[in-house]
Design a protein around this ligand. Sequence first.
Ligand SMILES: Nc1nc2c(c(=O)[nH]1)N[C@H]1C(S)=C(S)[C@@H](COP(=O)(O)O)O[C@H]1N2
Ligand SMILES: [Mo]
Length: 398
Amino acid sequence: MINRRNFILKSAGTLAGLSLWQKPSLATTNAIEEALILEPLKSKDGLIKKTYRPPNFETPISYFNTTFTPNKHFFVRYHHAIIPEINSDNWQLSIGGDAINKPLSLTLKQLQTDFKSVEIAALCLCSGNRRSLFNPPVSGVQWGSGAMGNALWRGVRLKDVLAATGIKQSALEVSFNGADSGMLRTTPDFMKSLPLEKVLDENTLIAFEMNGEPLPHWNGFPARLIVPGWTATYWIKHLTEINIQSHPADNFWMKTAYRIPKEGFKSGQFISQETQLNMPITELVVNSLITNLVDGQTFSSNKAIEINGVAWDKGDGIQRVEISIDGGKTWELTTLQKNYGRFSWRQWRYNLKPTHTGEYRIMARATSISGITQPLEPVANPSGYHHNALQTISIQLI
Ligand SMILES: Nc1nc2c(c(=O)[nH]1)N[C@H]1C(S)=C(S)[C@@H](COP(=O)(O)O)O[C@H]1N2
Ligand SMILES: [Mo]
């Protein structure tokens, strides 16, 4: 019989990257379990644990007060617990599929030197960010607001890499696979596909650097996909395999998971995967976050309070962010900060000059350049994706 202790020891033993998790110890069952639960991820710092295996850790909101989220504070999301520690000398990216003329295999060095490097600032945002705020609750990792991070990604254009393969007329979708896998044979491998149009977009990259450093292990070393403007489910880490196909992918992660109802969301970005009722989640929705206030915080009423935050959308850009200090009765414009490109989040600032003591109900509301504004309520959907309702934070002035 597999008891919990054996199970933990066995699964720990199967990991190539054991040192990244914890030191195996022959202590008591409780101590082993505690080590598994409490030990943070190596090379990460200050993240909030949601689940340990697979590792799901979110970034505390206080780290969102800089334009780029530092690598060591960048959130981590995995569907599988077996995550090999990759040696970049042995890593290979294979490109195949029924809709190309010439299969390819590339080393990291070839990827980095044979193609032109580009750098893009882009927000990596989990589809289920803020899922814990849905009411009634929905199942899945109960993310707060920290399953996201903004980074400067350096890599090569996916379209440049694929050009060498001779894409056939029949190509419809391109599927991506990473080196991680499930502990049980029945767990379907995490694979995602993209429509050809998005694959050929000049902003879609195979990245090997994040904020000027090689990708951290937990964020996809040595190479990951960057799909600016689309939710992070497509940003495959530890990328090993790309297949260009003349048929729609029909695995669990495309057909069952990561889907949203057509009603309430805009369709048309991923036609080959749409049904009459639902479609894959694709583009980010307009959203914002207040980053330097905590609900219930107390301030002195005799000096101004600077309110900071970030706002983003699918890549149209942010037109304005407004703030209300009276629970949504009146609104004023905030000052947008430097623009790092349409896929980066945009920082904003507002200077609150207190006029009275007592409670202030602070709300922020972003509007994209295409004129779409955050709603008061999120659109309900079974998996709890795209939570972009206005946030309210109450502060006390004394
Ligand atoms: N190989 C691999 N890539 C993956 C995933 C995964 O489970 N395995 N999860 C995806 C999801 S759902 C998210 S939100 C992002 C998270 O990226 P991060 O861990 O670098 O923050 O990775 C994406 N890429
Ligand atoms: Mo995600």
